[in-house]
Design a binder for this molecule. Structure first.
Ligand SMILES: [Zn+2]
Length: 391
């Protein structure tokens, strides 16, 4: 039993350490990327959206609610793999590019004829075929597949991922295709959460986490500044989290937040930039977001601070991990700044008055225990393979 516990701890430690890998690019110079479809792109989902136990690993390109759209390679390279599965990506085709990236096209109805011919020879429903560099070279714009609704998909669409070929770090496809996607609408915050550090902080007289709506009407603008006139009070150490969504014009869909920053009196205490995610960090979405709140309410509050032990490389904080320390009797001006890939930006301001309160004293162990519990669950839960990371 002891030995079993040791190995469990060792695996947890490995998960922690492996998540600390910085994404590494294997670039051999930039190459040109173009659209995988022959019509204007509208997204049904974007990269990095928080989901239970994983980030959305790519972008969802709409196919007009139908199957049968022609799918093209987004850049020069070669078809390195095709997979067929009832779950996960369904029918998927992988194209490796000379700049060190691999693009993955998922939920396909079928592949272009030369690849379909390969499948028929095997006669299997679930398979993975890997091809050498010389077998199927492709150019940008070559037809590679027909869109569909296979695998874990709730409706016809194209799920497209871009990875570093060597490390399989997931990249935001907007960095390659963003010039093809129109967006003139800023992200919008719905409400913030105040999370006093247990025994060390109080917010509005309470030591439990509380949420406060911004109450802004739902308007789609390129730039927005919104200030809550209602004042708040706090004393001691308090973390903050935000429920927000990004939007685009002419569509009802909403998206995850690419960039979030928390400023206190104009000084940055936290920012996140969801440009890439190491595959081994998928589970930390439940620590960055308030997973317990999501289970009850189906909304993600993303923390503007780091829980102890977190390694997700897209989070950046001051030396206090982003926790704000209210220790003077004065107004503190807080600003959440949100920005999408195209630079549409919004600011969400509120004022917190420092008001002395008696604090119960430090109880450092609670967040650490919570983290260890979640990491323990990570060890027990089967790890997603990269082929199952998206939907
Ligand atoms: Zn998807």
């Amino acid at each position: 039993m002891l030995r079993c516990g040791f190995w469990l701890l060792a695996v947890c430690f490995w998960l922690l350490v492996s998540c600390s890998e910085e994404p590494t690019a294997n670039s051999q110079g930039p190459i040109a990327y173009q659209s995988p479809v022959d019509y204007e792109i509208t997204l049904a989902g974007n990269f990095g959206e928080p989901r239970p136990w994983h980030f959305h690993g790519g972008i969802d390109i709409k196919t007009g609610n139908v199957e049968g759209k022609r799918i093209y390679s987004i850049a020069d390279g070669y078809v390195s793999r095709i997979t067929v599965n009832m779950y996960g990506f369904g029918n998927a085709i992988y194209v490796s590019h000379p700049d060190g990236h691999t693009s993955v096209y998922c939920h396909l109805q079928r592949f272009a004829d030369q690849y379909e011919a390969q499948l028929q020879r095997t006669g299997k429903d679930t398979l993975s075929l890997v091809f050498p560099e010389t077998k199927y070279p492709v150019h940008a714009g070559d037809l590679i597949a027909i869109s569909g609704n296979t695998g874990h998909s709730t409706g016809p669409h194209l799920h497209l991922e871009i990875h570093d070929t060597d490390t399989w770090v997931m990249r935001d496809p907007m960095a390659y295709l963003g010039h093809l996607i129109a967006d003139t609408v800023a992200p919008q915050a719905h409400s913030f959460m105040a999370i006093p550090v247990q025994g060390e902080g109080v917010f509005n007289g309470g030591s439990d986490k509380q949420t406060f709506g911004f109450g802004m009407p739902d308007i789609k603008k390129q730039h927005t500044t919104w200030t809550l006139s209602r004042p708040f009070t706090a004393w001691g150490r308090v973390g903050f989290a935000l429920w927000a969504d990004d939007y685009a014009q002419d569509t009802y869909h909403h998206y995850g937040i690419r960039y979030m920053q928390l400023l206190v009196d104009g000084r940055e205490v936290f920012h996140s930039d969801v440009d890439s995610i190491p595959i081994s960090c998928q589970r930390e979405v439940n620590l960055w977001g308030d997973y317990q709140h999501w289970r009850r309410n189906r909304t993600w509050y993303m923390k503007a601070y780091k829980e102890p032990g977190m390694r997700l490389p897209i989070l950046h904080t001051d030396i206090h991990r982003g926790i704000v320390h209210f220790k003077e009797q004065r107004p503190y001006h807080l600003t959440f700044l949100l920005r999408d890939y195209q630079g549409n930006q919004s600011e969400w301001n509120y004022t917190v008055i420092g008001e002395p309160r008696t604090l119960k004293g430090s109880r450092h162990n609670t967040p650490l225990l919570l983290n260890r519990y979640l990491l323990f669950l990570q060890c027990l839960w089967p790890r997603y393979s990269f082929r199952d990371s998206g939907q």
